[in-house]
Design a protein around this ligand. Structure first.
Ligand SMILES: Cc1cc2nc3c(=O)[nH]c(=O)nc-3n(C[C@H](O)[C@H](O)[C@H](O)COP(=O)(O)OP(=O)(O)OC[C@H]3O[C@@H](n4cnc5c(N)ncnc54)[C@H](O)[C@@H]3O)c2cc1C
Ligand SMILES: *[C@@H]1O[C@H](CO)[C@@H](O)[C@H](O)[C@H]1NC(C)=O
Ligand SMILES: *[C@@H]1O[C@H](CO)[C@@H](O)[C@H](O)[C@H]1NC(C)=O
Ligand SMILES: *[C@@H]1O[C@H](CO)[C@@H](O)[C@H](O)[C@H]1NC(C)=O
Ligand SMILES: *[C@@H]1O[C@H](CO)[C@@H](O)[C@H](O)[C@H]1NC(C)=O
Ligand SMILES: *[C@@H]1O[C@H](CO)[C@@H](O)[C@H](O)[C@H]1NC(C)=O
Ligand SMILES: *[C@@H]1O[C@H](CO)[C@@H](O)[C@H](O)[C@H]1NC(C)=O
Ligand SMILES: *[C@@H]1O[C@H](CO)[C@@H](O)[C@H](O)[C@H]1NC(C)=O
Length: 636
């Protein structure tokens, strides 16, 4: 039976304290319209969505929408640790490169032996709308093979053809506003792979740096053809990517698309500045309530218990979904025992299988760059700089309308390293899996990794899947991002303080195959810079430097240059069969219990070769349908 163990008087004190922190942005009226105050919490809801980030808002919207076939009058509560970011600048494209510290968890990874023992950068959003509120707005999908690989891992229903309807449902494509820019960039698109009225808008900006065209042509010259619409499952080779902004270049994100339009629904409530501590279970291991605590209160401070009549959906992101599971008694037995937590379901995969796209910064300068260019024109030419400002303030157009860029090369390994890829694959397959995996991996998890490796090495020889990402927009420098790493990391509860941030270990480059792949990418980048069309820009290598040529030299460079994250962390509550170390089923239900599912990026079993935002919309749209379907068919 759900109960409260805090008085209303205490609650109002807590509310008053927490309001003070965002009073700058929110007037009292607005607060009341958008947010429920903790004193108004009901004893129980039908659904509790844990985390009002990107996926949480999608699921909350769909569960509270007009019922056609599902039970009506479902009450949905979203509990979010962060608050609204109402800073108008956060809607501008330039916000895509300046992540506000107030909207992020302040955490770092432990020292990473694979990259010279440097500590790793960690990105985990903490704001209504989550990652979609602060991200770079580069809005692309993976190739069909990325999702078909999920299905190959034992997840029926998750191949690209079954996900495409959800990619579409979440989007609306806008024809670019400036035909001259379309013609200049030869930007093409296929409206049939987007939705016509989805909540999230996909738009090309009214500006293209001329150097981009030269880079695209140079790609074509070194065996990387242009893909004339990548979003239909063809995001490999070189292609254009829209941004998630609307037609006047304002951020289009989970809050604007999925929350603001429906916030007046009486059956949808959003509680801010509360942390979900644990999910609580009945004797029959049914998840029946969530224990929550006001943000900023110390360990042992009062908590509230809110009931969930139907289901609790975890959407707390890759970092906290596994932490909440572990705190609730679902996770690796040894860890839970060490933390003194009674075991509800021994799932060793909770917090393992962490993947990201580690970036290595490569730098070339263009000695005879075109004008205008993104590297120096605004710095060296005051007339141009003034025009850029003017274009933006008067028309929301020009270079400042681009968030992070619109072109990507996603290069197959067979293109990057045609003579060496077979040796890399052979090396990967010859490894003893346990040699490079976290020491905590069980036999099931090792078996799961062997399955993943089979699929990954097939992708390493596929011409239709990118193994390295080369984002480009007219500059000679970029971050080479490893799209399909072999290394696996962990998120682990601190056994001495369950409410402290968990221990994060990406294990970046711990598997030497990842280093081989990165060296292949560096050499291929040099080949690209040597392409005939590129010569008009006179590219000069700055880093690694032309004197670094051998595998050993480049390997040292990789270990000093590679980072841990492109903010695409995922995989920590993976959808895989339980006998392969999985945490959730293809219905996204957590193994060993009932009434509990995962709807966020944690469920990804293998990281796709793409920026992850569009994929998270598709996952959470599908998650909502799965949840509705089981409600309609009646629970066991
Ligand atoms: C800085 C940054 C830049 C990015 N750039 C791009 C890009 O350009 N293109 C792209 O495609 N993708 C990008 N991404 C990735 C993409 O935005 C994320 O993968 C996606 O938003 C993840 O969605 P999610 O719902 O899984 O988690 P999130 O959106 O992170 O939501 C999790 C939410 O849960 C809340 N929460 C956590 N713990 C608790 C708790 N205990 N109780 C209650 N609430 C809790 C958090 O406050 C957060 O709001 C970027 C991400 C970041 C962070
Ligand atoms: C939620 O409330 C809205 C607005 O009153 C209503 O249209 C919808 O049917 C309700 N949905 C559910 C699932 O109860
Ligand atoms: C992270 O630090 C910033 C200050 O730099 C703070 O405003 C923010 O609340 C912190 N984030 C969290 C989730 O505590
Ligand atoms: C990293 O740390 C480990 C353990 O302290 C040490 O053995 C190793 O030499 C260090 N590596 C580098 C490159 O400093
Ligand atoms: C422009 O796009 C079309 C595809 O729509 C393609 O056939 C053509 O070759 C492209 N032109 C250039 C110069 O890239
Ligand atoms: C884009 O979004 C902004 C901010 O929400 C809004 O003011 C503007 O009207 C929108 N533009 C279009 C064309 O929808
Ligand atoms: C400086 O910018 C102006 C405006 O774009 C342009 O006309 C001019 O040619 C530029 N000067 C140089 C030296 O590039
Ligand atoms: C390469 O050249 C750089 C710059 O001249 C120098 O600092 C570095 O030591 C050289 N490295 C090797 C391995 O020769």
């Amino acid at each position: 039976m759900p109960h409260r163990n805090i008085s209303y008087r205490q609650l109002f004190v807590v509310l008053a304290l927490s309001c003070a922190s965002y009073g700058n942005y929110l007037g009292h009226d607005e607060l009341e319209r958008r947010q429920i105050d903790p004193g108004a919490l009901k004893t129980a809801y039908d659904y509790i969505v844990v985390g009002g980030g990107q996926s949480g808002l999608v699921i909350a919207n769909r569960l509270s929408e007009d019922p056609t076939s599902e039970p009506s009058h479902m009450l949905v509560l979203v509990i979010e640790y962060g608050t609204f970011d109402n800073n108008p600048a956060q809607l501008d494209p330039t916000s895509g490169e300046k992540y506000p510290p107030g909207d992020l968890f302040n955490v770092t990874a432990v020292p990473q032996p694979g990259i010279g023992n440097r500590t790793g950068t960690v990105y985990a959003a903490s704001v209504v709308g989550g990652g979609s509120t602060i991200n770079g707005m580069l809005f692309e999908r993976g190739s069909a093979e990325d999702y078909d690989n999920w299905e190959r891992l034992g997840n029926s229903g998750w191949g690209f053809s079954q996900l495409l309807p959800y990619f579409k449902k979440s989007t609306k494509f806008n024809t670019p506003v400036d035909p001259a820019v379309v013609a200049f960039g030869n930007i093409t698109w296929d409206p049939s792979v987007y939705g016509t009225d989805g909540p999230i808008q996909a738009t090309y900006p009214p500006w293209v740096w001329p150097g981009t065209k030269i880079q695209l042509k140079a790609f074509n010259e070194v065996g990387v053809p242009t893909q004339f619409e990548a979003a239909g499952g063809k995001s490999y080779n070189a292609y254009w990517v829209p941004n998630n902004v609307n037609r006047t270049n304002y951020r289009s994100y989970a809050r604007s698309g999925y929350y603001d339009p429906v916030k007046s629904r009486p059956n949808l409530s959003l509680l801010l500045n509360y942390r979900v501590n644990e999910v609580l279970f009945s004797k029959a291991k049914h998840a029946h309530s969530a224990r929550i605590q006001a943000r900023g209160t110390p360990n042992g401070a009062p908590t509230i218990t809110v009931g969930a009549n139907t289901e609790i959906v975890l959407c707390a992101g890759w970092l906290h979904t596994p932490q909440i599971l572990q705190r609730s008694g679902i996770g690796p037995k040894a860890l839970l025992t060490a933390a003194g937590i009674p075991i509800i379901s021994d799932l060793p995969g909770v917090g393992s299988n962490l993947q990201d796209h580690p970036p290595a910064e490569i730098r070339f300068s263009y000695e005879t760059d075109v004008f205008p260019n993104p590297t120096s024109s605004a710095q060296t030419n005051a007339t141009f700089a003034a025009w850029v400002q003017d274009e933006w303030t008067q028309h929301r157009s020009g270079p400042l309308s681009i968030p992070t860029g619109n072109n990507i090369g996603a290069i197959p390994l067979t293109t990057m390293n045609p003579t060496g890829y077979k040796a890399i694959i052979a090396k990967a397959l010859a490894q003893t899996p346990a040699a490079y995996l976290p020491k905590t991996y069980t036999a099931e998890q090792l078996a799961g990794f062997v399955e993943q490796r089979k699929i990954l090495t097939a992708s390493y020889q596929s011409p239709t899947n990118g193994i390295f990402e080369v984002p480009f927009r007219g500059s000679g420098s970029t971050a080479l991002c490893l799209e399909k790493p072999m290394s696996r990391g962990t998120v682990t509860l601190q056994t001495t303080d369950l409410y402290a941030e968990p221990i994060i270990d990406f294990n970046t480059n711990i598997n030497p195959v990842d280093v081989d792949l990165t060296i292949s990418a560096v050499r291929f980048y040099r080949t690209w810079m040597a392409a005939p069309s590129m010569q008009q820009l006179s590219p000069a290598e700055v880093s690694p430097g032309t004197n670094l040529t051998t595998d050993a030299e480049l390997s040292t460079w990789v270990s000093t240059s590679m980072g841990t994250s492109t903010a695409h962390s995922c995989g920590t509550a993976a959808m895989m069969p339980q006998k392969l170390g999985g945490v959730v089923s293809p219905e996204l239900l957590v193994y060993g219990v009932t009434g509990l599912s995962v709807g966020d990026i944690s469920m990804i079993p293998l990281i796709p070769a793409t920026h992850t935002c569009a994929t998270v919309y598709a996952i959470s749209e599908k998650a909502a349908d799965l949840i509705k379907a089981r409600a309609a068919s009646g629970y066991p």
